[in-house]
Design a protein around this ligand. Structure first.
Ligand code: GDP
Length: 446
């Protein structure tokens, strides 16, 4: 699965990885190559286009994270976007609604897609992994061989099949399956509908009639992954007419490109729940977007490296500050980080909004001049101090104060307020530090 795409992408990222800094042009070139790689993998054009646009946007707005290269950061963004395009709003791989026994599962798809094999694979799985009692029935009245095939597979996987009765219509067989499943105490009954070589009216009408008498809990479309974009069109058609709940992509063992898998969710809105990876009856895998994206990029280590770097940097900062606060050290640099943290949280208003009961106070806060420009003014004052002064605010005597205020374009009275606030906070930090509640500090630092 995905070998070709995987190779192409790693080529693109290898080039990026060698560079210490990336220009916009580098990113653009890389993304152009990503787009070509997607199209070559038979991903549909609109999906490839949206994909690249989304990565571009995220890559541009990204703050640079220390200890990973920009190239690695781009890999992470591409990874996340792959997960998004594969998963939409969630990972539903392997999940089937089969409560309220007997739960009907309708299997639909074109002839030769691997529908009958997949029915048996799924039945085996439900039996072995979920301990369900399953009954399978073939509704393919035109091809007695298809009914025989399911019966043979049933014996192989140890799952019951509905006895074949000649001369019945698909709807009659479906009713009989329901009845037998109810009386026989089965948890699930699976209906393997007839396939056609292509979508035609008679096929759809037949499947629809079966759907209406059984109200399936799941309608699984089986499509041949090797057919690429055709598989996606087939899914669109079946969904429009029958309504499908999920897709099984077969023959993914033979598809190095995987375009159908990448376009399916974006185009049809339906999740791929399983993929078929061979003729053997256990060659069925859950399709987890996160894992698949990792496999496509083959760079799971980079993705987790970037995640970890982002986390550790924040944790390290908090840890370092904690240690210093415990020792009673809280200088102007610390105050500056605290103010910046507040800005990140959406300024005074954002912070106030988060604290219960503070919403009401926001008017008073405004009146006291504590709006968002206050944070900016405070930062300007701190920036106007020398390194020494920041580390050691006790140095700040009248002449220094005048210079600092002037440098920030503000009054000395404003600086005095800042210094008072600093003293109060330093006191508070010391107390909190003594309490030694790491968790508490972390919380306070966001
Ligand atoms: P149906 O006509 O849709 O019911 O298709 P079948 O279940 O009869 O499958 C057609 C052929 O495809 C059989 O030879 C299967 O063994 C084969 N097949 C089904 N699924 C897979 C798969 O995931 N990988 C491979 N390589 N072959 C498969």
């Amino acid at each position: 699965m995905f070998e070709t795409l995987s190779e192409r992408l790693s080529g693109v990222f290898d080039k990026l990885g060698k560079q210490g800094a990336l220009s916009d042009e580098d990113v653009k070139t890389a993304l152009r190559e990503v787009r070509v790689a997607l199209l070559e993998a038979d991903v549909s054009l609109p999906v490839a286009r949206d994909f690249v646009a989304a990565v571009q946007e995220k890559a541009t707005g990204q703050a640079v994270t220390r200890s990973v290269t920009p190239g690695q950061q781009v890999v992470k963004i591409v990874h996340d976007e792959l997960v998004h395009v594969l998963a939409g709003d969630g990972d539903t791989a392997g999940q089937l609604k089969i409560d309220n026994p007997p739960a009907p599962i309708l299997m639909v798809g074109l002839q030769g897609s691997g529908k009958t094999t997949t029915t048996a694979k799924l039945a085996k799985r439900l039996k072995e992994k979920s301990g369900k009692r399953v009954l399978m029935a073939s509704l393919d009245v035109n091809r007695p061989a298809a009914m025989e095939q399911l019966a043979v597979l049933g014996v192989q996987v140890g799952v019951d099949t509905l006895p074949i009765v000649k001369g019945q219509t698909p709807v009659e067989i479906a009713r009989r399956a329901k009845q037998q499943a109810t009386m026989g105490g089965y948890d699930v009954y699976m209906l393997d509908t007839a396939g056609r070589l292509s979508i035609d009216e008679a096929l759809m009408a037949e499947v629809e009639a079966v759907r209406d008498v059984t109200s399936p809990r799941e309608t699984m479309l089986v499509v041949d992954g090797l057919t690429g974009q055709d598989a996606v069109h087939t899914a669109e058609n079946f969904d429009a007419r029958i309504g499908i709940s999920g897709v099984v992509l077969t023959r993914m063992d033979g598809d190095g490109r995987g375009g159908a898998a990448l376009s399916m969710r974006a185009v049809t809105g339906k999740p791929i729940k399983f993929v078929g990876l061979g003729e053997k009856l256990d060659a069925l895998e859950e399709f987890h977007p996160e894992r698949v994206a990792g496999r496509i990029l083959g760079m799971g280590d980079i993705v987790s490296l970037v995640e970890k770097a982002q986390e550790t940097i924040e944790a390290e900062q908090a840890e370092r500050m904690m240690k210093r606060f415990q020792k009673g050290q809280f200088n102007m640099n610390d105050l500056k980080s605290q103010i910046e943290q507040m800005q990140k949280l959406g300024g005074m208003e954002g912070v106030m909004g988060m604290l219960p009961g503070m919403k009401k106070m926001s008017k008073q806060v405004e009146a006291a001049g504590m709006d968002d420009t206050l944070l900016k003014r405070q930062i300007a004052l701190i920036q106007s101090m020398t390194k020494k002064e920041r580390a050691n605010p006790q140095l700040l005597q009248a002449s220094r104060k005048k210079r600092i205020a002037k440098g920030a374009g503000l009054e000395v009275s404003e600086l005095n307020k800042l210094l008072k606030m600093h003293r109060q906070m330093a006191d508070m930090m010391k107390k909190m530090g003594k309490m030694g509640k790491k968790g508490m500090m972390r919380g306070a630092l966001g």
